[in-house]
Design a protein around this ligand. Structure first.
Ligand SMILES: C[S@@+](CC[C@H](N)C(=O)[O-])C[C@H]1O[C@@H](n2cnc3c(N)ncnc32)[C@H](O)[C@@H]1O
Length: 220
């Protein structure tokens, strides 16, 4: 059930439920570099999939759920990554960082759950350096009307069970509307995880001179 004090059961099942998505995670996080901000770090599942020689100088993970944070801290203590890691209790919709503070923003399977995903996407854009990169992966609303309708009908019940997760968000458009130019790849359907999953990289679409770069359309 949705609980302002966090979701202990979801936190305990998250790694198992997300295991079929490891190949997508690997494809995304291998590009992480410099000062990295991970949005809604959860149990820090991405940490163990990073390449050993990832050129990361620091990782800051924000996570409002104390049960997720505890599991993330346990994983960090166990893995002892070769760069400093800080976990913060913070909301992606109001990031406590200066503009342009990060070289990489990592956001995997998180816009589905954040209560105000549009505000979070704008905050990610603000906190990213102008030459920085967004690394993202999300399950999204399907393109087909039948599947999309099913996702819409299931979401009220699913979000109660799954810590606030929505099945029917168009997260690719949310990122584009926040100003990101995205590369968009689509994962083939997985028998144990049938939701449409898209992933890729992104850059701030506005250059420092204020010119716009073209934003590719959402996948259909
Ligand atoms: C489906 S989990 C994904 C966790 C992790 N990103 C991963 O890839 O395994 C969604 C996460 O978003 C977090 N979350 C929910 N609301 C948030 C908010 N307002 N700001 C930041 N994270 C949030 C949840 O607590 C949860 O850990």
């Amino acid at each position: 059930m949705l609980d302002p004090n966090g979701h202990p059961v979801v936190a305990s099942l998250l790694d198992l439920m997300m295991a079929p998505l490891h190949p997508v995670r690997r494809r995304v996080i291998r590009h992480a570099r410099g000062r990295v901000l991970e949005i809604g770090i959860g149990t820090a599942a991405n940490l163990r999939l990073l390449p050993e020689d990832a050129p990361i100088s620091e990782l800051v993970g924000i996570e409002p759920d104390p049960h997720m944070r505890r599991r993330a801290q346990n994983r960090i203590d166990r893995l002892r990554p070769p760069f400093p890691v800080t976990l913060l209790d913070a909301d992606a919709a109001a990031l406590p960082f200066e503009d342009g503070s990060f070289d990489t923003i990592l956001a995997t399977f998180v816009l589905c759950t954040i209560p105000d995903p549009a505000a979070a996407a704008h905050e990610m854009h603000r906190a990213l350096a102008h030459d920085g990169q967004l690394l993202w992966a999300e399950h999204t609303a399907a393109a087909g009307t039948t599947m999309r309708g099913l996702q819409k009908r299931l979401t009220p019940c699913w979000r109660q069970m799954a810590g606030g997760c929505h099945l029917d968000r168009d997260s690719v458009s949310l990122l584009q509307e926040a100003g990101f130019a995205l590369s968009v790849h689509s994962r083939p359907r997985h028998p144990h995880h049938p939701l449409p999953v898209h992933y890729g990289t992104g850059s701030p679409a506005k250059t420092p001179t204020g010119q716009d770069t073209p934003v590719p359309p959402s996948p259909q």
